[in-house]
Design a protein around this ligand. Structure first.
Ligand SMILES: [Fe+2]
Ligand SMILES: [Fe+2]
Length: 325
């Protein structure tokens, strides 16, 4: 009997060691790839180029401007550029809270796993670089577009609100964002041959580094999940639902600002019915880009599904229903 217990303990210890090794390898792999694909904003991405305003920025698969029959080709292009500008600004916005959270979770590895720590430090460093890239982009795009565009949400205010939620919920949201970033590039941006080349390259280089971030988000999210009691996880699900509602609030605010800007930049009047259609379509496109395409990502559902109960899954689905439909 004593022997059987010892054997079980040995087996469990071996399994723990194997699990630790698998995890260590995943962090190490992220460091390797991060070193190999490391890029520079000027030398690799911008390369002295400017944006071609004769081309679209955001592909139709994301902007859905092809569904707006009331717009001319030129107006659709303008709307794709406005949405593309906001797309870069939204990344700049979320990367503010992402860096803060990644630095916070990296403290959990400070006196332990130095490989995990290095992977997360590189992750934060890359997100700081991405913010700089998107700030540069905003300036370059502003020079080629009519005045009046405004990006309404404040990154620090949003970060403060997000960081008040539980780490589990913040990592869930982050994992969702980084997974949809990869999907957007592969499914919509890369295959579209009509886009501004510089715009396309920005998201190619962004995609390369985000691939490691999505893996690290998952590792840290799963690690945090293991620290929670059932009651804490239930609260974290509530937090995630509140975060999704907050994202929807940001999208409503920005889509309104972007339609106002579009209407003034267009230089012609639309019927009240057309304006209503444009407003509804823009909000629906933003919801698709920043919420729906993310929560439908199979990998996101797989990870989330392993952590929550069917009841918690139903709560999330119910909160998402008005946004998805
Ligand atoms: Fe990024
Ligand atoms: Fe990222």
């Amino acid at each position: 009997m004593g022997c059987a217990v010892l054997e079980l303990n040995d087996m469990e210890a071996n399994m723990q060691t194997t699990l630790r090794e698998i995890l260590a390898n995943r962090y190490a792999k992220c460091i390797d790839v991060s070193k190999r694909i490391r890029w520079d904003i000027d030398r690799d991405v911008i390369r002295g180029r400017t944006f071609d305003f004769g081309k679209k920025f955001l592909p139709d698969g994301l902007s859905r401007v092809d569904q707006l029959a009331c717009l001319s080709g030129k107006e659709r292009r303008l709307m794709s550029q406005i949405q593309g500008r906001t797309y870069a600004n939204i990344f700049r916005l979320v990367e503010r809270y992402i860096v803060a959270k990644v630095l916070e979770v990296s403290r959990g590895h400070c006196l332990g796993d130095q490989i995990a720590l290095e992977a997360l430090v590189r992750f934060s460093d890359e997100e700081l670089k991405h913010q700089e890239l998107f700030r540069r982009l905003e300036k370059m795009i502003a020079e080629g577009m009519p005045a009046g565009y405004a990006f309404r949400p404040d990154p620090d205010e949003i970060a403060k609100a997000v960081l008040r939620k539980s780490t589990w919920a913040v990592l869930a949201l982050t994992c969702c964002i980084e997974l949809f970033t990869l999907a957007h590039y592969r499914q919509s941006i890369e295959p579209d041959t009509e886009l501004s080349e510089l715009y396309k390259d920005v998201f190619l280089f962004h995609w390369k580094e985000e691939s490691q971030h999505a893996i690290l988000d998952e590792l840290e999210w799963v690690r945090e999940n293991g620290n929670l009691s059932a009651a804490q996880r239930d609260q974290a699900v509530t937090d995630l639902i509140e975060l999704i509602a907050a994202v929807d609030g940001i999208l409503t605010l920005q889509s309104t600002a972007d339609v106002d800007y579009f209407l003034s930049a267009c230089g012609r009047t639309f019927t009240a019915g057309d304006v209503e259609t444009i407003r509804a379509q823009m909000l629906s496109a933003y919801r698709w880009q920043y919420i729906v395409s993310g929560v439908r990502e199979p990998r996101f559902n797989e990870i989330l599904g392993r952590m929550i109960t069917p009841e918690q899954g139903a709560r999330i689905a119910m909160a998402l229903a008005p946004i998805v439909n």
